[in-house]
Design a protein around this ligand. Structure first.
Ligand code: FES
Length: 360
């Protein structure tokens, strides 16, 4: 289905320096288990590379929403993925966009994503809808998962708004496959905008809300959450007002039971600068000036590090912190992870201490 996050130019091709270390959140089942994230120490550099994939199919899923399928030209296997994962699609102008997978499995020969045409977008969805044709070859960044599903949860509650159904649909399919207990609340402006409506309507656990049939009222997220069993795991993906309502309604829940996928950055990037970053493996020291990110300074120093969205929403630039106190501005780390500060997203986060030592 569709676009999840906006992204900036993809360019992990620094001239010299260290081999890239894969993001700790690469979609590797050995690294991500039941919502717990582990640091990747030995992923080969090729895992951070892109693949040339052919657009094999475009299908209409709802008004202004298409499904796009990508495969290798020879149909060779692709890296597997877990529900909640997204791929990065690099457009011919170098812009990267991240889209959640509609299907996920350990072995895959095709990635399918959904994209809603947004006339106000920065160009990604317009390009996909208006210019992309079956047979086009695009560079694709392998799956990464910041929204992993707890498949062993006693009960899973899925909330989706609009195009946010993409990762939620993928999770629902996995839960059905595994025979797990689940329910879905899916909100759209109207039936015409509702992807997978016919299929989802077959499940009694799927509940729909169409704004235009409710006098323009939004889904009552607080009312839904209030009635849920307290052992449930909750997943929400949708527009910012829905996520805000969800976070408010679940504020008193255990953080490990509440899972949110953001479309766009939640916090402004750190701009203050004025601190020193020591790159331990590179044996370099950089002064970060105001208005520049750590990532920019590292790249300008000719050091190659993984990165993608540059907005703190994809997890590609996650870097291990050896010492110092980061000023976290991403939308990926949990509150606990922020407190522990074992890692940070160097594209958007700054430093509260005069010096940071990073594993770069
Ligand atoms: Fe996406 Fe930093 S590049 S989180």
């Amino acid at each position: 289905m569709c676009r999840l996050w906006g992204g900036n130019a993809f360019a992990s091709s620094g001239a010299t320096g260290l081999a890239p270390r894969a993001s700790p959140r690469q979609n590797n089942p050995t690294l991500i288990a039941f919502g717990t994230k582990f640091l990747a120490e030995n992923i080969p550099p090729s895992d951070t590379g892109t693949m040339d994939l052919v657009l094999t199919c475009i299908r209409m899923a709802a008004r202004d929403t298409n499904l796009y399928s990508f495969a290798r030209a020879d149909r060779a296997p692709l890296p597997g993925a877990e529900p909640g994962a997204h791929i990065g699609v690099i457009l011919p102008n170098g812009i990267e966009r991240q889209y959640s997978l509609v299907h996920a499995a350990p072995q895959m020969t095709e990635y399918t994503v959904g994209v809603k045409r947004d006339a106000n977008s920065r160009g990604g969805s317009l390009f996909m809808h208006d210019q992309l044709r079956v047979g086009s070859t695009l560079k694709v960044v392998p799956p990464r998962n910041n929204f992993p599903l707890r498949e062993d949860a006693e009960h899973v509650v899925l909330l989706a708004g609009g195009i946010g159904i993409t990762p939620i649909y993928c999770m629902m399919k996995r839960l059905i496959e595994k025979g797990r207990s689940w329910e879905l609340y899916y909100s759209c402006r109207s039936r015409l905008d509702t992807a997978f409506l016919e299929e989802l309507s077959r499940f009694s656990q799927a509940h729909f809300h169409f704004d235009d049939e409710e006098a323009g009222r939004f889904l009552d997220v607080a009312g839904i959450v209030e009635k849920l069993p307290k052992n449930a795991h909750l997943y929400c993906c949708g527009p910012a007002p829905m996520l805000a309502a969800f976070e408010a309604a679940t504020a008193h829940w255990k953080p490990e039971q509440v899972h949110v996928e953001y479309f766009t950055p939640k916090f402004a990037a750190a701009q203050e600068g004025g601190f020193i970053v020591e790159l331990a493996r590179s044996k370099r020291e950089l002064t970060i000036p105001p208005g520049k990110s750590i990532l920019q300074c590292v790249r300008e120093a000719g050091i190659q590090v993984p990165h993608s969205c540059e907005e703190g929403v994809c997890g590609a630039c996650e870097t291990r912190v050896i010492s110092g106190q980061p000023d976290h501005r991403d939308t990926i780390l949990t509150e606990q992870e922020r407190k522990e500060s074992a890692t940070m997203m160097i594209c958007c986060s700054g430093s509260k201490s005069p010096r940071l030592v990073l594993d770069i």
